[in-house]
Design a binder for this molecule. Structure first.
Ligand code: FE2
Length: 249
């Protein structure tokens, strides 16, 4: 079984990921060597990075062509890691270009702020849901919400129908001890839907395989490892995300 990356900074020159097309192709080559055949390109769409999303399709097509020319068997998809500050600034069509999943089960990857998941964040994700998109919360284990607040903000999101994506490098320890402890705590509680690399370059490489090995070494059941690193991401892409009839006041 080949892996799927739902959080991966693959596009050149748009955020803090690769700077050049060559670096992007090298990152995709590393993903292929890691056992991955599907990558969603998720550039930071937020106030201090990319705010214009109209050309994302062209950018993805350019990288897809370069990867193909380099002989890589990678299915590259268009997506984003959306900053909550951008939700109110993007039109419906723009949000649609960033979403994954089939019609009726569309979802968007939303970045967890390092500070906390506060009322402003919840208002933004509520707006996404009101506009027809479910929410995948990116790397909640890296937020102060994890270390200081027992994931209170994340739990509020999960109660609204969101699911959590944990970074492979949190599991490996590359994001630090606190993120590692938080990642394993979330997994032990059964609160994680998918693991992804959140790859950016040589210092933050594709590492689904390493995460899988670390989980197994830590005694996480094989089926859980497979669900988090294979089935979970693939199901999100193929079947999407449908909220369990969340009712908000
Ligand atoms: Fe990211």
């Amino acid at each position: 079984m080949r892996g799927a990356e739902i959080h991966f900074h693959a596009l050149p020159g748009v955020d803090d990921g690769p700077s050049t097309m060559e670096e992007s192709v090298a990152l995709l080559r590393a993903a292929a060597h890691d056992g991955t055949d599907t990558v969603v390109a998720t550039p930071h769409v937020r106030g201090d990075f990319l705010t214009q999303v109209g050309d994302l399709g062209d950018r993805v097509r350019e990288l897809r062509c370069a990867a193909y020319a380099a002989g890589l068997a990678i299915d590259l998809c268009r997506g984003a890691e959306l900053g909550h500050d951008m939700v109110g600034r993007l039109g419906q069509h723009e949000l649609e270009t960033l979403a994954q999943g089939p019609p009726g089960a569309r979802w968007i990857l939303v970045e967890t702020p390092f500070e906390a998941l506060d009322d402003v964040f919840h208002a933004a994700t509520d707006e996404l849901r009101d506009r027809g998109f479910e929410v995948v919360i990116a790397h909640p284990e890296r937020s102060a919400d994890a270390a200081l607040d027992d994931f209170r903000g994340l739990r509020r999101e999960l109660a609204r129908g969101a699911v959590a994506q944990v970074n492979a490098q949190s599991i490996s320890g590359a994001h630090g001890h606190e993120a590692c402890v938080a990642a394993f705590a979330l997994i032990a509680e059964g609160l994680v839907r998918a693991v992804s690399s959140d790859a950016h370059g040589p210092m933050r490489p594709p590492s689904l395989g390493e995460a899988r090995a670390r989980l197994l070494d830590a005694g996480v059941p094989v089926e859980t490892c497979r669900r988090l690193t294979f089935a979970g991401p693939r199901h999100l892409l193929a079947r999407g995300l449908v909220s369990p009839a969340v009712v908000r006041a």
